[in-house]
Design a protein around this ligand. Structure first.
Ligand SMILES: [Zn+2]
Length: 312
């Protein structure tokens, strides 16, 4: 039996994903569609804004478009098997993202404790038990702890500034909701209790946390390709454009497969990849129809074989 591809799996889950979006919205959380099987917004980014529809008077970002309106949610999720994103800011949420360290083996031999270990130490230092609040387990083995932002407080996101492998998402932040599925697995609500108010000790830490030294993780900029996916796409399409006759088809296939993993990981949209490689293949002298079918085959191969993003 063949393994279902992430895309096929996502399609079969469309009703569940709609259900997940409605459940989150019923809790008062503002949801927006993420790419099927991915973590980036399915809504267009500012650079790709067509300035029509909701954007007639200028681009409206995903954070503003995220909604709790069940009718709008039903319409949005009727058009695709979108994962569910929660815009933490307008939802009045502060979500603590506890990551697991990257592979201990290999070049990243970081001994940094896991986010859960770091957070347990913070709780101990504050003299409080681990908070009982709405919690989601991530496919990578991490955890998202949901808290309600105290009234009148507007917190930004933090990245690794509170403790090792501990990020927080508030205004400007997006979190993948329970019920969403990536190639790595499904986000599952581990604790369905309501989100409690952010404890004072944690609020204090967040208000005094130094500004992040590094840019937020690239996947947190929905609606656009991540920088590394963009760079890779530029590099690989250039190879195809300059392919000598006799190697054009082979290069188009292999280079598209190489980029296909970014599509699977939700770091770039499929149509951007199709367009870029189509143009490159044609520039190299291949017929448009051959480009289309080769790119299609390559992306299908990537979807079948691509492994989960290690740092998901
Ligand atoms: Zn727009």
């Amino acid at each position: 039996m063949t393994q279902p591809t992430p895309i096929r799996r996502a399609r079969a889950q469309q009703p569940e994903l709609l259900g997940a979006a409605l459940t989150a919205a019923a809790r008062g959380w503002h949801v927006h569609p993420l790419r099927p099987g991915g973590k980036g917004s399915a809504l267009h980014g500012e650079r790709a804004c067509p300035l029509i529809g909701v954007c007639t008077k200028g681009h409206v970002k995903w954070e503003q478009r995220a909604t709790t309106d069940p009718d709008r949610i039903r319409i949005a999720w009727s058009t695709g098997a979108f994962n569910v994103g929660i815009a933490t800011g307008p939802s009045g949420l502060v979500v603590v993202d506890l990551d697991v360290p990257k592979e201990k083996s290999g070049k990243d031999s970081s001994d940094a404790p896991s986010g859960a270990t770091s957070f347990a130490a913070l709780c101990e230092h504050a003299g409080v038990p681990w908070p009982a609040t709405y919690t989601v387990r991530t496919p990578s083995g991490g955890m998202h702890l949901y808290f309600q932002s105290p009234p009148g407080v507007r917190l930004p996101c933090t990245a690794k500034s509170v403790a090792p492998n501990v990020d927080t998402r508030a205004w400007g932040g997006n979190i993948v909701a329970a019920g969403s599925t990536t190639a790595a697995g499904t986000y599952e609500a581990a604790d369905g209790t309501p989100a409690v108010t952010l404890p004072g000790w944690l609020l204090q830490r967040l208000q005094t946390a130094p500004k992040p030294a590094v840019a937020p993780a690239p996947l947190l900029i929905p609606g656009q390709a991540t920088r590394r996916a963009e760079v890779a796409l530029e590099r690989e399409t250039a190879r195809v454009r300059n392919a000598p006759e006799g190697q054009r088809h082979d290069l188009l296939l292999k280079r598209t497969i190489a980029i296909g993993r970014f599509v699977v990981w939700g770091e770039i949209t499929r149509d951007v990849v199709e367009q870029a490689f189509g143009a490159a293949g044609e520039a190299a002298g291949l017929p448009a129809a051959e480009c289309r079918s080769t790119i299609h085959d390559a992306l299908a191969y990537s979807a079948r074989t691509c492994r989960a993003r290690e740092t998901a």
